[in-house]
Ligand binder design. Structure first.
Ligand SMILES: [Zn+2]
Length: 138
């Protein structure tokens, strides 16, 4: 599988991948809520899994000028720390991501907070913590 980069693009395939991610999550039992009162969930959704995972899925068609689409998938674990979501919805991969360091990629390890909601292994955590601006995280 070719890694899918989300973000701003003119690529309808990326946009469709974001929509597919959101719809697969909803079909798998995530509850969908509007991310903001001025947009439907089909454009900006907050998804909540019964095991307290949270996702924000942005699938905006932009009016231009500029890119045609904004497509983003962010996911946080039940511990409220960010995880690296799979490019295609996969709950088993999401569960594994809770035990994956977002800095070195080590898998099946305990992870701890870095900064606001970063997820790191115990080796990377002190290194990454030092990279943060003074006072950013006390
Ligand atoms: Zn690490």
């Amino acid at each position: 599988m070719i890694p899918m980069d989300f973000g701003f693009s003119d690529d309808p395939a990326r946009h469709a991948a974001g929509i597919a991610w959101r719809d697969a999550a909803i079909a798998d039992g995530w509850a969908a809520h509007p991310a903001c009162p001025t947009e439907p969930v089909t454009s900006a959704a907050v998804l909540v899994h019964p095991e307290n995972y949270t996702a924000h899925v942005i699938t905006r068609v932009l009016a231009g000028p500029g890119y045609a689409y904004e497509t983003s998938v962010w996911v946080w674990g039940p511990d409220r720390l960010a995880l690296d979501p799979p490019n295609r919805y996969d709950m088993a991969a999401i569960r594994r991501a809770v035990r994956t360091c977002n800095y070195c990629g080590k898998t099946d390890c305990a992870t701890v907070r870095v900064g606001f909601a970063g997820r790191a292994c115990r080796t990377c955590q002190p290194v990454e913590e030092k990279r943060l601006a003074p006072g950013y995280y006390d």
